[in-house]
Design a protein around this ligand. Structure first.
Ligand SMILES: NC(=O)c1ccc[n+]([C@@H]2O[C@H](COP(=O)([O-])OP(=O)(O)OC[C@H]3O[C@@H](n4cnc5c(N)ncnc54)[C@H](O)[C@@H]3O)[C@@H](O)[C@H]2O)c1
Length: 346
């Protein structure tokens, strides 16, 4: 195989992922799949070559001219579609979060790993240039021992309700945005084994018809169906003693913020803008790093996926990582529901 022939499921986040694959000399987008034909027709015009359209993912998965499938539907559909793709030996690239529940994530990881297909998470924060740069420095030992991290995504009025999957059970702020900062911070810490999680979560804005995207009013019917968290705050303890504080708010009376902070024995960091903090000659020395204009993050994700398929490169973001992040997410939410700390590992 010299080129990867990809199908894209879901015409929302599927679009930039498809653009990344289509822009790669070793990637082609050959098919689109969505429940809404117009969305495929609209996006198809932006692609460099004609594509097939499918409204039934099962029919798409039977197509022998497809090698790989990107899945960007609402959370509840990631696993059913991925299982079908893996059943037909397609490589899979899946948007975050991996699933709407931990058992679903576990089932998919077991099946995908047993099948031997390339199985990868599409993670736009982890693969973003500042995170990749900080990750390289962490692996080189620049920070010394990384023993603590803070990760947060705070919106003022940003509940997405353009598909109900976001606000139904299995959606929510923590699985939508908390997952980005949790995944990236955990990866920067070196993917330590999580031991325990504790947290609080709830919905303070959505059910009242408040806090929706850009302060837009929302139909009562939508807010009445609100069944997920719109905020969560948690703390995760890892093997080796490191701790991670993670917060995600779709709506709040606070300034907007998307941030990851690292605490190391030799240096610390903030990711946005990327800044390193050290002590030199007994004085604080802070360095702001302007990472050279990177390839677009979607191009970077697509390039890695294609390298894994065609060159057998070890995958930096396997679905197993998505499953462990899901385990942490769900443990924080379970702790919030039960009021007790949840044990994750040994
Ligand atoms: N930065 C990121 O990585 C990022 C950003 C946004 C969304 N997402 C993720 O992408 C997913 C979708 O979010 P979105 O904002 O793109 O939503 P969206 O509503 O814009 O797009 C989802 C599309 O999936 C289609 N769809 C739904 N069920 C389907 C099915 N069974 N088969 C085929 N198509 C189906 C819908 O018709 C819709 O066009 C979510 O899991 C979300 O967490 C990731």
């Amino acid at each position: 195989m010299k080129q990867v022939r990809a199908a894209i499921v879901g015409m929302g986040i599927g679009r930039p992922n498809a653009q990344g694959i289509a822009a790669n000399p070793r990637g082609r987008v050959v098919a689109l799949c969505d429940l809404v034909e117009d969305r495929m027709a609209d996006f198809g015009r932006e692609l460099p070559e004609p594509v097939k359209h499918y409204t039934d993912y099962k029919a798409m998965c039977r197509d022998p001219e497809i090698d790989a499938v990107f899945i960007g539907t609402p959370n509840q559909w990631h696993v059913p579609i991925a299982l079908e793709a893996v059943k037909h030996d397609k490589h899979v690239l899946i948007t975050k979060p991996l699933a709407d529940s931990l058992p679903a994530a576990q089932k998919l990881v077991a099946t995908a790993e047993a099948s031997g297909v390339v199985n990868m998470m599409s993670l736009s924060t982890r693969f973003d240039a500042p995170c990749q740069y900080a990750g390289r420095r962490a692996r080189e030992g620049y920070f010394g021992e990384l023993y603590y991290a803070r990760a947060r995504s705070i919106r003022r009025s940003g509940i997405p309700a353009w598909n109900m999957g976001f606000i139904e059970a299995g959606g929510g702020a923590f699985r939508d945005m908390g997952v980005h900062v949790l995944d990236a911070a955990w990866w920067l810490l070196g993917t330590p084994e999580p031991l325990t999680a504790t947290g609080v979560a709830g919905a303070k804005f959505g059910p009242r018809g408040l806090g929706y995207w850009d302060f837009q009013p929302v139909a009562k019917g939508i807010s009445r169906q609100y069944a997920s968290d719109d905020y969560a705050g948690g703390f995760i303890r890892f093997e080796g003693g490191a701790g991670l504080q993670v917060e995600s708010f779709w709506a709040s009376h606070q300034p907007e913020e998307f941030q990851i902070e690292l605490f190391g024995t030799e240096a610390g960091a903030r990711l946005f803008p990327l800044t390193f903090y050290r002590t030199e000659n007994g004085a604080p020395a802070d360095v702001t790093v302007r990472v050279p204009k990177p390839p677009d993050v979607w191009h970077a994700i697509a390039a890695h996926f294609i390298d894994c398929i065609l060159d057998g490169v070890a995958c930096q973001a396997p679905l197993r990582h998505g499953m462990l992040v899901q385990a942490m997410l769900e443990a924080v939410l379970r702790s919030a529901a039960s009021g007790k700390e949840v044990r994750l590992g040994r």
